[in-house]
Design a protein around this ligand. Sequence first.
Ligand SMILES: [Zn+2]
Length: 468
Amino acid sequence: MRHLAILLIPLLAAAAPPAANPDAKLKRIIAPVSAAEMRRTVDTLVSFGTRHTLSSQTDPKRGIGAAVRWAEARMKGFGLATLQTCDTVTGRRVPTPTRVCNAVAIQRGTERPNDVVIIQGHIDSRVTDVMNFTSDAPGANDDGSGTAAVIEAARVLSKHKFPGTIVYAALSGEEQGLLGGKILADHAKAQGWNVIAVLNNDIIGNSCSSDGMCDDKHVRVLSEGPRSQGQGDLAAATHSLGGENDAPSRNISRYLDSLADRLGIGLDVTQIWRTDRFGRGGDHIPFLEAGFPAARLSVALENYNWQHQDLRTEKGIKYGDLVENMDFPYLAKVTKLNVAALASIASAPPPPEPTVEGAVSTDTTVTWDCCQQNAVAWNLYWRRTDANQWQEKKRIDAEAGVVQLPADPQMPAAMGRVIGRAILKGIRVDDWVFGVSSVSADGFESPVASAVPGGAFKPFVAAPKPAN
Ligand SMILES: [Zn+2]
């Protein structure tokens, strides 16, 4: 950000240090999340018979069309602006051109409408044969649970205002090849949204597996390692400087983990350091491919008898994705974590883009682009290279951390570049990973962006190759 020094420095210096307690505010915001309300939502979704992407789009009571229209109307009923994002698709699991539509609601930010955080689940359902669009496919948990989380988040958060924008999306076409996720990711790109995080909720409403194991105290958060988008250009730098555990999506995972610890809702995050379950996929992947940070939330223990199954009883075992298999108090806890993360990210300035220097030095210098709108401070974090969570933290207030670098010594200082900078004495750059988050006046904090190749929350853009 050049040529803005004169404007920014007085603005930042005027900001007061926060006395607010953001976690107490988040706890108040999430309190109304209701298991009973979500059960009603899932019951309604199941009542459409099947929500298969190839099922009827016009029948008023049965099929994907009725379900998507209902989800949109429900969110509109909360006073939110809604739309359907659609595309006509053919593919391996879509034999003839088919209109695929997502129900989307947008809660526009009051101060930074272009900074967007997304909660999504998929509204389509399936049975054993992925092409069977006529049999009943209740999809209560897969993914009525995620869709119910989207609608419940909209219900609860629409009563508040946030500086950043929250997008609520019930996606179609997931089971036919992540189609709705692609449509929304394309929409985000076309709109120029600065997507800070996508929380993809898929299978979040059961707590017992088919082997009798139960766990209602954990939720898995799956995140990619090295960022996939731009990896061809990033590979050499990542190989040399690290970053395999520090893509922005992984820092979303760390953010959710830390938030769950602080909220006291009886739910811990198990971070799973891979893009999705082994050999499987979800609607966060099209966002990752577009360069947007995204993570998947899913139950601690899946029950494979209850997903992607024809409704039947065989050798005494009841198969099918039915409401009776769900744990709604557990679903409410996972939803509370989502709602807290949405409120927190939409209240915080976007994360900066830090870089780190200090080779052959006893000190480390971390610098970052500044100054994110409404950031009054940054938190500088560092951790050992083999630690899964940030270990050390230092708050850098704007007055102390913002420096002006003359881009050119001949140039007046005020025409130079304004950056954030912190020098850590006696900390060796070799042995740690560093990251920076932005903090608002009322104490809300963005996810941490790591100072590694590909760590920025924006899509990676390769430097132009020098002409020869
Ligand atoms: Zn699913």
